[in-house]
Design a protein around this ligand. Structure first.
Ligand SMILES: Nc1nc2c(c(=O)[nH]1)N[C@H]1C(S)=C(S)[C@@H](COP(=O)(O)O)O[C@H]1N2
Ligand SMILES: [Mo]
Length: 230
């Protein structure tokens, strides 16, 4: 059954929740899928946190997930800790000047940045569970960002680092300069910079099915490798 709730502009409801991403990350997997280790750095003295979620209040949230390529999976059941609580507990006590930007880094080499203000919204989680189970590798094991008001590409999987910056960091290279919008708000259809969101709907749609297939194939191969312990 499709829901009657209106979708954000240009999005359609998907029946499946595929493993998804840019072509370059199809065959990249995290090396650590169980233990949560996060490196905190930037404009503060760097430090490392092991299993930090256990020190904070666990919260559950049902939210919709919107990929920039136009598919949306509605009503996903996440659990983890609020990013705002994480920030107040672990980061705020160690900073001198309040940062404005956060670089989110992943074990597969993926990274993007968000403004701190967007991450401090109450619906942003550092999530380690989906549907009551530990996160599967497809969806970001061992831990990921969930920011439902922002396109999927801000919802970094396999999170292993957070950099806090006072000034805007320049992390984008090549294609990312045009496809990664600083805010990427779904409601504003901020799909990318320079290109109108409405036009990108059509361009991005073309690649959805082949990306899903390529990602499925890569995941199956990865699981096969894991089974044989290599
Ligand atoms: N580490 C990492 N995080 C990532 C990506 C990625 O390739 N690597 N892809 C992003 C994109 S474009 C999307 S749509 C979502 C997809 O999440 P899913 O695989 O759980 O559906 O993850 C985002 N986070
Ligand atoms: Mo995406």
């Amino acid at each position: 059954m499709k829901s009657n709730k209106p979708l954000p502009p240009g999005q359609y409801e998907s029946d499946i929740f595929p493993r998804f991403g840019l072509p370059a990350y199809t065959n990249r997997f995290p090396s650590e899928t169980e233990k949560i280790v996060l490196t905190i750095s930037g404009d503060l003295e760097s430090f490392e946190l092991e299993e930090p979620l256990s020190e904070l209040a666990r919260v559950s949230q049902v939210s919709d997930f919107h990929c920039v390529t136009t598919w949306s999976k509605l009503q996903l059941n996440w659990s983890g800790v609020r990013f705002s609580e994480f920030y107040e507990h672990f980061v705020e006590p160690r900073i001198k000047v309040k940062p404005a930007y956060v670089v989110l880094k992943a074990q597969d080499g993926y990274k993007t940045s968000m403004i701190l203000e967007d991450l401090l919204r109450s619906d942003v989680l550092i999530a380690d569970r989906l549907d009551g189970e530990t996160l599967p590798v497809e969806h970001g094991a061992p831990v990921r960002i969930i920011a439902p008001a922002h396109y999927g590409y801000k919802n970094v999987k396999h999170l292993n680092g957070l950099e806090f910056h006072v000034e805007k960091p320049d992390i984008k290279k090549g294609i990312y300069k045009i496809i990664d919008h600083q805010r990427a708000r779904v409601a504003e259809e901020e799909r990318a910079v320079s290109w109108p969101g409405k036009l990108l709907r059509y361009l991005y749609k073309i690649g959805i099915n082949s990306t899903i297939k390529d990602y499925e194939k890569a995941t199956a191969a990865y699981k096969e490798r894991m089974k044989h312990g290599s």
